[in-house]
Design a protein around this ligand. Structure first.
Ligand code: G3P
Ligand code: CA
Length: 265
């Protein structure tokens, strides 16, 4: 199938497969637009979508009753009012039910303007993002079967890419749903051992720490037929350097600016 690349940046309903084949650097909005709105929140995802990224990235974990909930940290303190609400420090998200998590304010820590923002469920985030952009789902904890079940129920297998630092989780996802696009997250040198594992698991993408990427690493991944994205690229000069080295996707806090960086010489 041929893709109209002039319009593709604004095409809302390309499948992940089609997005990955676009001859351009993809922009992936890391945690939404975290300099303008609370990270991993629905207002943050909406703010990112205004800038037409190719993907929005989020992190999820499980509540104690198994609801996939969008949050980065294992503990609730940094991005919610859990200390005040539950009267203690260091409450892990996995100790609270989805109903208890709904009581939390996940916006005021960022700005009073966002008071009353709730922790989204993964289901809510899918409903907001998937009609407009691809969704990069980073699993922080939880089993593969629960995620695959949700994605099947939501009928978004072709709209999302599932990534994790835990490569055995991704191998399990690949077994359960071989057509679901996946990515392996990692850092440090892309050495022979890692490349062999990448070949074995056969993801569509690797998402690598920008500090540890160079042209040779990108080339080695490309030789395996794998695209290379990098996190978290927030500096224009580094973005241009990586793109010149062959990078396929910028995972960035600045989805509002990244395309302009790439257009500059
Ligand atoms: O895209 C990968 C990146 O999000 C990994 O780092 O800590 O921001 O989830 P972190
Ligand atoms: Ca992440």
């Amino acid at each position: 199938m041929s893709i109209d690349t002039a319009n593709a940046a604004h095409a809302p309903l390309l499948s992940v497969d089609e997005l990955l084949r676009l001859p351009k650097t993809l922009v992936i909005a890391h945690r939404g637009l975290p300099e303008a709105a609370p990270e991993n929140s629905l207002p943050g995802f909406a703010a990112a979508l205004d800038h037409k990224p190719d993907f929005v990235e989020l992190d999820y974990r499980h509540s104690s009753d198994g609801v996939l909930t969008v949050i980065h940290d294992e503990k609730l303190d940094r991005t919610t009012n859990s200390r005040t609400r539950f009267g203690q420090d260091g409450t892990p998200i996995g100790r609270k039910t989805a109903a208890e998590l709904r009581e939390l304010d996940a916006g005021t820590w960022f700005s009073p303007k966002f008071a009353g923002t709730r922790l989204p469920t993964l289901s809510e985030a899918i409903d907001l993002v998937c009609p407009k952009a691809g969704l990069m789902i980073e699993r922080k904890d939880g089993d593969a079967a629960a995620l695959v079940k949700l994605l099947n129920e939501k009928k978004v297998l072709d709209r999302v890419i599932v990534q994790a630092f835990d490569w055995s989780f991704i191998a399990e996802v690949r077994k359960l749903e071989p057509n679901l696009p996946t990515g392996l997250l990692g850092e440090r040198e892309l050495d022979a051992e890692k490349l062999a594992k990448i070949r074995e698991i056969a993801p569509r993408v690797i998402g690598w720490n920008q500090r540890d990427l160079d042209a040779a690493g990108i080339r080695a991944a490309h030789e395996l037929g794998v695209k290379v994205w990098s996190w978290t690229v927030n500096e224009p000069a580094r973005a241009r350097e990586l793109v010149a080295a062959g990078l396929d996707g910028l995972i960035t806090n600045r989805a509002d600016a990244a395309r302009a960086w790439l257009a500059e010489k």
